[in-house]
Design a protein around this ligand. Structure first.
Ligand code: NI
Length: 277
């Protein structure tokens, strides 16, 4: 059995003491591929370095919405250069965070997030790379931005560049740690997006995510840890790590009454398709 952790932060300082051991533990558990994502230029360099040292680690480069205020002129140019590296398989993580930056109380930061989000979507389109999207309390703004950027099949939405039949919509990205509605997921699928689930799916008090898992096609679902954050039950409160993605797969298997093998195979295939591996 093989698992793909589609979203982790292996260059976070929480792993400084034992990073290689964490990766080895994932490999030993069957987590044979990991996508480690950046949040700014420095971590974009770091994820590439790590991916160069480990065949099982792939990199995503980009500027996270929480990093846009600290970004400097020229950072997007550096991201563009770094994205040419052969181990870079996505632009991410990018998006909007209205939890820490509600537009009502800080419009300037919301505008800046929007600008970086759109510019990095453009960059991904130009470089023909998928995107990994962070959406916290910004569902409508994120979906609206994606609709303006990409045309849905049969629709003429916004300023999209070309019309393509639905079956030909290429995989374009993933909404990570998905917390939207079934309807939002469907809109995302039509735009060529997957949705991804992690540790919160295993929390006893989470009623929403299990309903989503039962309602959405497994062909559109990825699994992730977002480690070192969002540690799944029963390790909640401790540091998360990629080996724990198996707990997420087990939870999906239980909710869907599938075998863990089926969930492992389908979610791995989905990630390989999206990241073109
Ligand atoms: Ni993340």
């Amino acid at each position: 059995m093989m698992f793909f952790d589609s979203h982790c932060h292996l260059t976070a300082e929480q792993f400084d003491a034992d990073r290689d051991a964490v990766i080895q533990r994932a490999l030993d558990a069957g987590v044979t591929r990991m996508l480690t994502l950046a949040t700014d230029v420095a971590s974009s360099r770091a994820v590439i370095e790590l991916a160069e040292r480990h065949a099982c680690v792939y990199a995503a480069v980009g500027i996270h919405p929480e990093s846009v205020r600290a970004a400097e002129p020229g950072d997007l140019g550096l991201i563009r250069e770094l994205a040419q590296h052969p181990k870079v398989v996505a632009i991410g993580e990018i998006g909007l965070d209205y939890y820490w930056n509600p537009p009502d109380s800080d419009k300037a930061t919301a505008d800046l997030q929007q600008k970086f989000f759109e510019q990095q979507l453009e960059l991904a389109a130009e470089l023909d790379l998928p995107v990994a999207i962070h959406d916290r309390d910004a569902h409508n703004a994120v979906i609206g931005t994606l609709q303006r950027t990409f045309r849905t099949a049969g629709d003429d939405v916004g300023n999209a560049r070309r019309s393509v039949p639905l079956r030909d919509v290429p995989p374009r990205g993933v909404l990570h740690a998905f917390s939207g509605s079934v309807e939002m997921a469907q809109t995302a699928f039509d735009l060529g997006f997957f949705v991804s689930f992690g540790g919160p799916l295993t929390f006893k008090n989470n009623k929403h995510a299990p309903d989503l898992i039962r309602a959405l096609p497994l062909e559109k679902i990825l699994i992730e840890t977002d480690s070192p954050y969002l540690t799944p039950h029963p390790f909640r409160g401790k540091r998360n790590e990629p080996a724990h993605v198996i707990l997420v797969a087990q939870r999906i298997a239980a909710l869907r009454e599938l075998s863990i093998e089926q969930v492992a195979a389908q979610t791995t295939r989905n990630a390989l398709d999206l990241f073109r591996l």
